[in-house]
Design a protein. Structure first.
Length: 131
């Protein structure tokens, strides 16, 4: 696969974060407290790190046999979920981040990045099977 295709996921990830920052800047500045803004940013960062780790796992496993691919992707997903859950707990428990803002931000970005991840896998498989 060419480098241009490999970078599409990262470009889309940056575009999603940038678009969300632009759309959320005014409402957060007008109605959000500093605590809410920090928690929303933390959720964004945590979800983005999760998505990038998923992309790296896909890159690693794509040219492997199907069983290895599934083990890497599904196993990696389980490990990533566990890490996100632990970090989520630590952010609330020890950093005292705003629970609702952190949760909404984390889940919102997670859903968007999950859709991008599935589309990324589909695109790579299609490119791989081209004659």
């Amino acid at each position: 696969m060419d480098e241009k295709t490999d970078r599409k996921f990262l470009i889309h990830t940056v575009a999603v974060v940038a678009a969300t920052v632009v759309m959320a800047a005014y409402p957060l500045a007008m109605f959000g407290t500093r605590e809410v803004i920090v928690a929303a940013a933390a959720g964004c960062v945590l979800s983005t790190m999760n998505a990038v780790a998923g992309s790296m796992t896909i890159e690693y496993a794509l040219d492997k046999p199907s069983s290895t691919f599934l083990k890497a992707v599904l196993g990696g997903m389980g490990v990533r979920m566990a890490v996100v859950l632990v970090l989520f707990y630590l952010m609330i428990r020890f950093l005292g981040l705003h629970t609702v803002a952190l949760t909404v931000s984390l889940l919102g970005f997670y859903a968007i990045f999950l859709a991008l991840e599935v589309l990324n896998i589909q695109r790579k498989v299609e490119i791989r099977h081209q004659p």
